[in-house]
Design a protein around this ligand. Structure first.
Ligand code: ZN
Ligand code: ZN
Length: 134
């Protein structure tokens, strides 16, 4: 499966020569701000299968001393990917163009979700980290 993704303004595009895995949504206050949303919507990719295809010069990075953070479009602000220890770790599901054939398997840090968010009772949710999360 080849997937493609792009930011809101279309300046930055990427492709993934494989699928994505381990889709999750984190509802903590940090993710709400980083993703400008009620929660993150994120899945892991293999760094070897991921490539920027256009507009990499427009990428901005917000990465801490440990090399962990995210990258976003400097023109439109879309958050595109997560970086762990200096390497691409995953992508934001919202910027994918195709159906990745995967569903969000867990909602984490639901214990600190925004008061205004209503989460369907049927989804798998954890107050903090899911057991066995890295
Ligand atoms: Zn953009
Ligand atoms: Zn979070």
């Amino acid at each position: 499966m080849t997937l493609t993704g792009e930011c809101f303004c279309g300046s930055i595009t990427y492709k993934i020569a494989g699928g994505v895995s381990d889709a999750r949504s984190c509802h903590c206050s940090r993710c709400r701000k980083a993703f400008s949303s009620q929660a993150s919507s994120y899945a892991q990719v293999s760094a070897a299968e991921f490539a920027w295809t256009h507009g990499q010069e427009f990428l901005s990075s917000y990465i801490n001393e440990e090399g962990t953070g995210h990258q976003f479009c400097s023109k439109c602000g879309s958050t595109l990917c997560g970086i762990v220890e200096g390497e691409i770790h995953g992508i934001t599901l919202g910027c994918l163009n195709e159906d990745p054939n995967i569903e969000i398997s867990r909602h984490i840090f639901v214990g600190s979700k925004a008061a205004w968010e209503v989460i369907p009772k049927s989804v798998v949710q954890y107050a903090e980290h899911a057991p066995h999360d890295d």
